[in-house]
Write a protein that binds this ligand. Sequence first.
Ligand SMILES: [Zn+2]
Length: 407
Amino acid sequence: MNEQPNNAGSPDQPYPTENQPTLLPSNIRSLKDLIDTVTGKYLMDESEVGESGFVDQQPFPFLALVGQKEMKLALLLNLINPAIGGVLLLGPRGTGKTTAVRSLANLTPRIPRSLCYYGCTEQDVEAQGIDAICPACAKKFGEGKSLTQMEEVRLVELPLNAQIEDVVGGIDERAAIHQRMRLKRGILSQADRNILYVDEVNLLDDDIINAILDASAMGTYTVRRGPISSTYFARFSLVGSMNPEEGALRPQIMDRFGLRILVDGLEDPQERWIAYQHVDQYRRSPNAMLADYQEQSQFARTEVQHARDLLPTVQIPATVAKAGLHLIQVLEIASLRAEISLFEASKAYAAADNRSIVEVADLEVIAPMALRMRRSAFMSQYFADQQQEDQRLRENLKQITKELLEH
Ligand SMILES: [Zn+2]
């Protein structure tokens, strides 16, 4: 997007002060510039906010988060390109993980939202034909009626005590009272085309985390209860968070998150002071603070939308692809999800910078997020041991064959 935002900052004072954070500096030309700017200079972590301090009718402004560049970048890239496969935030309590995820509500793009219980859209018909949608929608489609309306992407949070029935849906008890069998939508279906946030992902029951990850990978899921079954769309961007002090996440689940972000507390006292001031400002008057950030937020929201529109045209040149694949080989990563996340996130990053060609420099930014915690020391050792055994086996076989031939 080449539009220049209104500029009221002088070149000597490129960044708004924390008391007047409203106007965009002149050097911001893209979402990436905006993130670089707000992250580098005056943003916050909200160590002081805590994980559940505020009711988020009015979420904290994303652009008022101090520091935590990688976390903010990953969340934005995931918003731009859901094919990245989600983000996992790892860090101790009070580092602003939950607040950051909730604050994405300031920036979410508008998408066509299904008017139907099952989540049918015109795009599903384009992609998979008329059988991809429910009979009622097929009829509407045939009559030329719209199946969708434009709405903002929403944040859906998995409640901490959610049961599997809440997650995937189950028998509709109210309908059952009237002798009718009907399935009730679960949280996964409500998360269709939204962001699904799962806090304390390491503490979830296996059946729940597996249901979430399977739906996330497939984009749909099917519920069977007795004689009836229903298939729902579940194309969501997944964001998980966890405190590693409270328990590990199994490696195969860790691998299924596209980007892994280590979220540590802010170290710089100056940043912490600014973070505290932002939190204080928000606590006193959330509306006034949101109004202060409205112009920046609107710019960022437009840029997220623009990057999403640009994304399908973004190309990865052969040399860049080769560099990425070589890196994965050197790091001895087995999972094919490594290159999916690396390349999809790099494309989103290029789009956020208003480019349609991925550069090697993009990989340098993305690789730590996409590739860390993917290499399994256990599997490397396992394969090495197996190769040794195979080698011994071949040598012995050669020796025995040779002896047999000599006699
Ligand atoms: Zn439908």
